[in-house]
Ligand binder design. Structure first.
Ligand code: CMC
Length: 426
């Protein structure tokens, strides 16, 4: 922490605003002294505001660097399993062998969901979007664990984190099975996390010879790791804000799922495939680019609020994409189209001037499609993976003193004071 101050002069009064340095990245100016000044700070979209101090994830958007607990994302994605990364997000460091065995066992113990939860699924139409189902059923988990919802209790916080990470693949697969009219598959606790998810998605009770595929399992696990956390993004900030009221974590994660669903955030992976469908063939790319430049549409899977050079997740995702397509022998015309789009965009001054590069969602959709995951499940998989990040941020917040999040506003509405009776209104 630095002990220098910034100075702010308003209406002739000078205020000392402490400058605080973290271990990496830009220092921040503590604007709490504005409280006495008669002014608020104004920052739509939180472009320059750090509402929290956190030790979980660091991003350097200029360098294209993403660190979880200090480890680079490509190292984690290539050398660790998703559950090890989840452990690190929750606990501060990667597990040793004993901690790993213990954590993995705890997760396995909690993969099943209460049988009564099936009834919630039956309340949805078969054509319901799986994200709509997820918002509902994850929030509904709070009704099953009412006795363990005290966020000031360390044991309650821990068991909730385990339950959420363990049950998300089960719920995600159930939301898919329901849409297919197929029976739900019970989790297989002899399978690892990614294998079990793929099994619950694709196996059927008649499928006695279900076979795992190591390339697909590894790719799925990498996709989970690459989506595990991303510091104070829109959904994580939503989870933190909801959690700042002391609300139960299942409801807070449901709020995060709702925020993630938007096409500017996690919904972009589904939107990329829809965009490729709309473009159709490589010949139509120039015409589509004209629409992007005239701001009729956005090039989905491009651009990021923080990354202004490249998205390090996209780099690993592209390598994984190549591996999966080669291993499965897939020659998808969508991929050719995506690559043509990427090439043109990267050379076009419109994108260069605005620092617009492919983000994680540009390639993840192509891999998921190759694996056989339907487009409507893409954002569900993002939510499944991001749950470890969301719950780690909640744990970090609830393990130390925290305040309810309550932003201010710049009011620009009417100033009328006198009530007008209905008969006198114009
Ligand atoms: N296609 C075309 N133009 C774009 C795009 C895009 N995808 N993204 C940004 N721009 C333009 C934007 O119109 C603006 O141009 P100008 O200055 O001429 O008005 C300029 O680039 C700056 O954009 P911005 O909207 O101020 O940037 P932002 O930081 O507010 O938005 C974003 C970031 C991710 C919402 C945006 O880039 C976007 O909508 N991208 C497409 C959706 C997408 O792929 N989202 C996934 C993000 S990665 C997964 C995740 O972590 O959620």
């Amino acid at each position: 922490m630095a002990d220098t101050n910034a100075k702010l002069t308003v209406n002739g009064e000078e205020y000392e605003l402490p400058i605080i340095e973290g271990t990496l990245g830009r220092p921040v100016i503590d604007v709490a002294a504005l409280q006495e000044s008669g002014f608020w700070s104004y920052d739509p979209g939180f472009k320059v505001t750090a509402p929290v101090e956190s030790k979980i994830t660091y991003i350097d958007g200029g360098k294209g660097e993403l660190l979880h607990r200090g480890y680079p994302i490509d190292e984690l994605a290539n050398n660790a399993e998703y559950l090890e990364v989840a452990y690190a997000l929750l606990n501060g460091d990667l597990p040793n062998a004993e901690q790993k065995a213990d954590f993995f066992e705890k997760i396995r113990e909690h993969t099943a969901v209460h049988d009564q939860l099936r009834k919630f699924f039956e309340g949805f139409r078969r054509d319901a979007h799986p994200m709509a189902i997820m918002v509902g059923v994850v929030g509904a988990l709070s009704a099953f664990y009412h006795e363990d919802l005290d966020v000031s209790n360390e044991e309650h916080r821990e068991i909730t984190a385990i339950r959420l990470i363990a049950k998300m693949p089960t719920l995600a697969a159930m939301s898919y099975k329901y849409s297919q009219g197929e029976p739900f598959m019970y989790p297989r606790n002899d399978f690892n996390y990614a294998e079990n998810f793929l099994y619950m998605m694709f196996a059927t009770p008649a499928d006695v010879d279900y076979e795992k595929n190591d390339v697909i399992t590894r790719a799925m696990d990498k996709i989970f790791t690459l989506h595990a956390d991303h510091e104070q993004n829109a959904s994580t900030s939503t989870v933190r804000l909801a959690g700042s009221t002391g609300a139960n974590p299942y409801a807070c994660i449901a709020a995060g799922i709702a925020a993630l669903w938007g096409p500017s955030h996690g919904g972009a992976n589904e939107a990329v495939l829809e965009m490729l469908d709309e473009i159709g063939t490589v010949e139509n790319v120039p015409e589509f680019m004209e629409k992007v430049k005239s701001r009729e549409v956005k090039l989905m899977g491009f651009g990021h609020r923080v990354y202004k050079n490249f998205d390090p997740r996209a780099k690993v995702m592209k390598e994984t994409c190549d591996e999966v397509l080669e291993a499965l022998g897939i020659n998808d015309p969508k991929l050719e189209l995506a690559m043509a789009l990427e090439k043109i965009a990267l050379e076009d001054p419109f994108f260069i001037e605005r620092n617009l590069y492919p983000n994680v969602d540009f390639y993840s959709g192509i891999i998921l499609k190759a694996i056989g995951i339907p487009t409507s499940m893409f954002t569900v998989i993002f939510a499944l993976a991001r749950t470890s990040g969301w719950i780690s941020h909640l744990l970090e917040m609830h393990s130390a003193p925290y305040k309810i999040g309550r932003p201010r506003q710049l009011y620009t509405g009417e100033t009328r004071r006198d009530f007008v009776k209905v008969e006198d209104r114009k």
